[in-house]
Design a protein around this ligand. Structure first.
Ligand code: TRP
Ligand code: ZN
Length: 883
């Protein structure tokens, strides 16, 4: 365990970057695999940078060194020494070969970083996780992404216990050994950084498919899982094939090995990992079938399969120079996945989903004590920087660049980026340079986005001059200060816009200085603190539709009247902005309920939705989203002082008003019609129908809980898929109290042996709001299936409680915080990455009302006072208290 960051442990800084003094041209790894002990022999061909005079230093953690030799000679103990987190070796020259032999303990590894055991020791399998710095827990190595090496990997193990042996790269022989053991060798022809190394060994089943790339390479696709899960991998296989085709067409990227392995594990810290040729997935993001997966989960599997596959180019062939550049691969790859998912499903719905996530997860991060730029300037623990800012805001930045260059220009840019950086460890500057150079534009101004934390706020104000028929749109930007950056620069903000007439049609646009083409949509770029855009020949006072498609990750404040938002909600053909108008109107309505301002806002919102409710043209899924006001986290973001109970009550009241406006009869009739169409089909229309059905049932429950529970009980009993089953169970648990006892027990028994389905059972109950939540969570903790050792299970109970249950977690008496902090501490001793991740739910604590704020501070301070915190948790808690 590492000491906590204090004055003595300095952060790693981007500004201190130095090219490596020593590289490894080639590495040969030999594993003698065992559950309790695995021996790793490594042979490193070293290259020295003649311009640097640094001793050879290798990273290494939790390694038991068994032997070490340089250029064939065993080293005396005086010729090497362990230094903080590594090994220093004397006497190495350019071209030297260093051989080490170490022992590691997979079964004792609860951090799930390095080599570890998934599942029970009798039946589980071994696997690795190396990003970001797990390779140093496998062998001594310069464990940094700008050291790229060829890999030859030999695995040896007992055949009966480990029938399947896999490593990244192409297979290069296999055979029998004495004593029931066997071996397999893999050679990776593409040099790679150590974080992309992977191996898997154990009892696994597979499904296979042959694939021929656009450039004519035959590839064997193999998805591996434990026997009970292998039949749930077919959907992922289809998604993989779709991803590969899409990347060929959209980016001209082909796969580059003879085999592509994908493996599912239930023990994983995050969603999935793009190891070269051997992707490893959290089972939650790979397995899918109708009986256990919701529609949302199907879409998530498709998205994560695509994300990891796309990394083969954006991340693997072109990797990151250092971990500060993480968004170079993550932001870009999230953007690529978003574009893919938009093509595979409904583009506006995907956009709505992504923006909702950005607002729920990234905006609060960017506005709180954990705020950091998309390219951070410093860190203590890199694993704490796999954040919504690096991923989701990073993707928004790429989207802005793509928008600026246009489809063809962006493709020219990415072609140049991939070709000029292939095999290299690149930077954000390299990315912007390639995109710019291919198009003859200077994208350097966009670099400001990467270096500055905080969400820009835009204020928009329109003035219409009827006599001159001119409309002046004034846009001003301001980014609030954050912990390390008191003063912010203006950034270039592309604002895609249209102007609407009162009849709901878009007006032709004539803008000074831009091609006055008379089209109805254009993009203006706000790159100063304030700018005025003058539209001529505007026939009437227009209603502006701004940031269409969400053209920049900013918070827009525009002085709309409720009726103007209602007009956009009724007419805007931009699906995203239509939804957005509804969200803005709902926010107005919420404010009105809170302080009596703008009383028409509530009726305007309800009336607008009532008018759309039976609109046969409207997509059912979009309607479901329109009927959903912004969530409690989003509402809290707008408050100077946050009382989670009050926000919950306010949002309930708002939904109550909507339900009342629609009326129980109409809701009931709509539910019955949708229920009659129920199928298990996965097509977009069927999914949309289920989404709307669930939303309608929730609204009905607010008016007539008994009737809604009657429907839910039938739906639970007859459900042909998990979406309907879980949806019904949620309504029963939320509104039926005693009526949910039997179905909850039924579900528990039905899925007793299915970890992913059981996680949903824990999560659903942990999210039930109100006073009883903490007691319920404590009771669930006593369930024999609960364990802190499994990240999915810990997240399902503790994570759902703290981030999915604002009233239950934010108890005024602070008992929720104390309970949670105790568990973070226990978790930290097992798995620091997960403890640190779960600790981020305290973000925003400073703005809580005084009683809760003090209780949250005490809980955090109690954690900070512990002297055995991991570096991971210490950094999060420290930043939280400092901010
Ligand atoms: N690079 C992975 C991705 O595709 C995420 C990742 C980073 C990860 N570190 C990890 C996954 C540790 C599992 C465990 O986004
Ligand atoms: Zn990724």
């Amino acid at each position: 365990m590492n000491a906590r960051p204090d004055a003595a442990s300095l952060p790693i800084r981007l500004a201190d970057y130095r090219a490596p003094a020593w590289r490894v041209e080639h590495v040969e790894l030999d594993f003698e695999l065992g559950i309790d002990a695995t021996e790793v022999a490594a042979k490193l061909l070293l290259r020295r940078d003649p311009a640097q005079d640094e001793p050879l230093r290798l990273d290494g953690e939790n390694l038991e060194l068994l032997s070490i030799a340089l250029d064939g000679q065993p080293l005396p103990t005086t010729a090497y020494r362990t230094i903080d987190g590594g090994l220093e070796v004397d006497g190495a020259r350019d071209g030297s070969v260093l051989e080490t032999r170490v022992r590691v303990q997979p079964a004792a590894n609860t951090a799930l970083e390095g080599l570890y055991l998934s599942g029970p020791r009798e039946t589980g399998f071994l696997l690795t996780q190396c990003e970001a710095q797990g390779f140093r827990r496998i062998t001594y190595f310069p464990d940094r992404p700008d050291v790229q090496s060829g890999y030859t990997v030999t695995l040896r193990a007992d055949r009966a216990r480990f029938p399947v042996l896999l490593a990244g790269g192409n297979p290069d022989g296999a055979g029998e050994l004495e004593g029931g053991r066997h071996w397999a060798r893999f050679v990776d022809p593409h040099p790679k950084p150590s974080y992309l190394f992977a191996l898997v060994a154990g009892r696994l089943e597979k499904i296979e498919r042959d694939y021929r790339t656009a450039d004519g390479r035959d590839v064997q696709l193999k998805i591996w899982a434990e026997a009970d899960a292998i039949e749930r991998c077919h959907y992922a296989m289809d998604a993989l094939e779709r991803s590969m085709r899409w990347d060929e067409q959209a980016y001209g990227r082909n796969y580059d090995l003879a085999v592509f392995h994908v493996v599912a594990t239930h023990d994983f810290n995050m969603g999935a990992m793009e190891n070269k040729g051997l992707n490893i997935f959290n089972a939650k993001c790979l397995l899918a079938d109708a009986d256990t997966s919701t529609d949302d989960e199907y879409r998530r599997v498709e998205a994560v399969v695509a994300h990891e596959y796309f990394h083969n180019w954006s991340g693997n062939r072109v990797t990151c120079r250092d971990w500060f550049q993480l968004s170079l691969k993550e932001g870009f790859t999230v953007f690529r996945e978003q574009s893919f998912s938009a093509d595979m499903n409904s583009a506006p719905l995907k956009r709505i989903e992504d923006v909702a996530l950005l607002r729920r997860a990234q905006f609060p991060e960017d506005a709180g004590p954990l705020a950091h730029p998309v390219r951070p300037a410093e860190y203590h623990e890199i694993n704490n920087f796999y954040t919504a800012t690096v991923y989701e805001k990073g993707a928004e930045l790429v989207r802005m660049l793509a928008g600026k260059l246009g489809a063809a220009g962006f493709r020219r840019g990415t072609d140049l980026y991939f070709s000029s950086n292939d095999g290299r460890s690149a930077t954000i500057e390299d990315f912007l340079a390639a995109l710019g150079e291919a198009n003859g534009v200077d994208l350097a101004p966009y670099l400001a986005w990467y270096g500055q934390a905080g969400t820009p706020h835009i204020k928009a104000h329109g003035d219409y001059d009827a006599t001159r028929r001119e409309y002046a749109l004034t846009l001003a930007q301001h980014t609030p200060p954050s912990a390390q950056q008191p003063h912010k620069q203006p950034v270039p903000i592309p604002v895609k816009l249209a102007l609407f007439g009162t009849d709901g049609h878009m007006l032709p646009l004539h803008l000074d200085g831009q091609t006055a083409n008379g089209g109805t949509e254009l993009v203006v770029v706000l790159d100063h603190a304030e700018q005025r855009f003058l539209f001529r020949d505007v026939a009437e006072r227009p209603v502006p539709s701004l940031l269409r498609g969400y053209s920049a990750p900013v918070i827009l404040e525009c002085d709309y009247a409720p009726a103007e938002l209602a007009l956009l909600l009724a007419h805007d053909p931009d699906g995203f902005n239509r939804w957005e108008a509804g969200q803005q109107l709902a926010l107005r309505a919420c404010d009105a309920l809170r302080d009596g301002s703008d009383p028409q806002a509530v009726t305007a919102w309800c009336d607008a939705l009532a008018a759309l409710f039976d609109d046969a043209q409207l997509d059912a899924a979009l309607l479901a989203d329109l009927l959903t006001p912004p969530g409690e986290i989003e509402l809290a973001e707008r408050e100077a002082v946050v009382d989670p109970a009050r926000i919950h009550a306010l949002r309930q009241q708002l939904q109550q008003r909507l339900a009342a406006r629609l009326g129980a009869e109409r809701l009931d009739a709509r539910f019955r019609r949708l229920a009659a169409q129920t199928t298990a089909a996965l097509d977009a229309a069927s999914q949309a129908g289920r989404r709307l059905k669930q939303r309608v049932l929730q609204l009905l429950a607010l008016l007539d809980p008994a009737l809604a529970c009657d429907h839910a009980a039938v739906q639970y009993r007859d459900a042909p898929n998990m979406t309907d089953r879980l949806g019904a169970l949620a309504v029963l648990a939320r509104h039926g109290a005693t009526r949910s006892v039997e179905p909850l027990a039924h579900y528990r028994a039905r899925y007793a042996d299915d970890p992913l389905a059981l996680d949903k059972w824990f999560a659903l109950q942990a999210q039930l709001p109100g006073e009883g939540a903490l007691a319920r969570v404590q009771a669930l903790e006593a369930d024999p299936a609960f364990t802190l050792k499994n990240p999915n299970r810990a997240r399902a109970l503790l994570g759902s409680y703290a981030s999915g249950n604002p009233t239950g977690f934010h108890r005024a008496d602070g008992a929720g915080y104390r309970y949670y902090a105790r568990h973070l501490l226990a978790l930290d001793a097992l798995n620091p990455q997960i403890a640190a991740r779960l600790a981020t739910v305290f973000n925003g604590w400073q703005r809580l009302e005084p009683q809760r704020r003090d209780a949250a501070r005490d809980a955090l301070a109690g954690l900070a006072a512990q002297d055995r915190l991991s570096r991971n948790l210490a950094e999060i808690v420290g930043n939280m208290l400092r901010g």
